[in-house]
Design a binder for this molecule. Structure first.
Ligand SMILES: CC(C)(COP(=O)(O)OP(=O)(O)OC[C@H]1O[C@@H](n2cnc3c(N)ncnc32)[C@H](O)[C@@H]1OP(=O)(O)O)[C@@H](O)C(=O)NCCC(=O)NCCSC(=O)C[C@H](O)C(=O)O
Ligand SMILES: [Mg+2]
Length: 263
């Protein structure tokens, strides 16, 4: 199974944009998703598919996924067909709601599947989907639409959905990635949202522009203070419950510190 833990910066780009493919190839993204779905206009679907398959022919520095068009669209079958022999590492499936859908696609494409959770039904099915997937990805734009949130409602209204996705992923020991931040020129807003993604338990965030890669990696990397505290905690650990810098620590705190240091 493709291991996507420790790969926080997940860059989406329209497969219809050759310039973006070239930029992504040179970028420090941890996972690249060549999009055939919402980023690509209806008239460009065929050429985007051809471009994605061609882009997969030359090696990349990181794993590369293709997001196909959803079930029920005129492009779904041809996208799947193209992936049969393409050199993708992963197929990203939008608006997944049923376990059977993931199993069917995995069988056809012989590829690991990342399910996008983007509807109310998808959120409620997340625990059933996660064990069949290589990862879960929150599709927060579609999710806001599916939940009929008013424009500008903000992430507060998505908290239960986001936490359900994290719970489902953790229960199945799968990585999960938060949705995209749409405001391209709002660096502070991006940093705040990426910090929140990490605090919620996500393993990374999906991105829409190369300028978001470095801030995303910074947000998901443990800070120097966290690292130093983890080192002190591991060094001080004696087994059972004990006092450490004014707080009680037990086994799970030591394990968490060890995990942080391993990253
Ligand atoms: C949002 C954009 C359309 C903005 O494009 P543009 O205004 O052209 O950006 P820049 O002028 O800043 O571009 C400068 C160069 O950088 C390249 N670039 C831009 N974006 C990317 C990218 N994502 N990856 C790689 N390279 C990128 C441009 O090509 C320029 O280089 P050059 O061509 O040489 O001049 C654009 O950023 C964009 O298309 N972003 C990705 C959109 C996307 O993939 N959307 C789908 C995923 S989001 C989604 O669907 C969410 C989910 O489903 C949900 O429901 O929430
Ligand atoms: Mg979407």
């Amino acid at each position: 199974m493709l291991n996507l833990f420790g790969r926080p910066a997940v860059l989406f780009l329209p497969a219809s944009r050759p310039g973006a493919i070239a930029k992504a190839r040179e970028s420090a993204a941890d996972l690249v998703i060549l999009d055939l779905e919402d980023a690509v206009a209806a008239g460009d679907k065929e050429s985007a598919r051809t471009a994605a398959v061609a882009a997969l022919e030359t090696p990349w520095r990181c794993p590369v996924a293709v997001r196909i068009n959803g079930e029920g669209t005129p492009w779904h079958a041809a996208d799947l067909d193209a992936l049969r022999h393409a050199r993708a590492d992963l197929v990203v499936v939008p608006r997944v709601e049923k376990r059977g859908h993931v199993e069917e696609i995995a069988a056809i494409g012989h590829l690991p599947v990342a399910a996008m959770i983007e509807t109310a039904r998808g959120v409620l099915a997340a625990a059933d989907l996660a064990p069949r997937c290589a990862a879960l990805i929150a599709g927060t734009n579609d999710l806001a639409a599916s939940l009929r949130l008013p424009a500008g409602a903000g992430r507060g209204s998505l908290q239960t959905a986001l936490q359900t996705i994290v719970l489902a992923a953790r229960a199945a020991d799968r990585p999960c990635f938060d949705g995209v931040f749409n405001k391209l020129d709002d660096a502070d807003g991006f940093a705040a949202e990426a910090a929140e993604s990490r605090a919620l338990g996500f393993d990374g965030k999906t991105l829409i522009h190369p300028s978001q890669i470095a801030p995303c990696k910074a947000a998901f990397a443990p800070s120097e203070a966290e690292r130093a505290r983890a080192e002190r905690l591991v060094a001080a650990a004696s087994g059972g419950a004990q006092r450490f810098e004014g707080e009680m620590i037990e086994r799970m705190h030591v394990e968490a510190a060890e995990r942080l240091l391993a990253r």
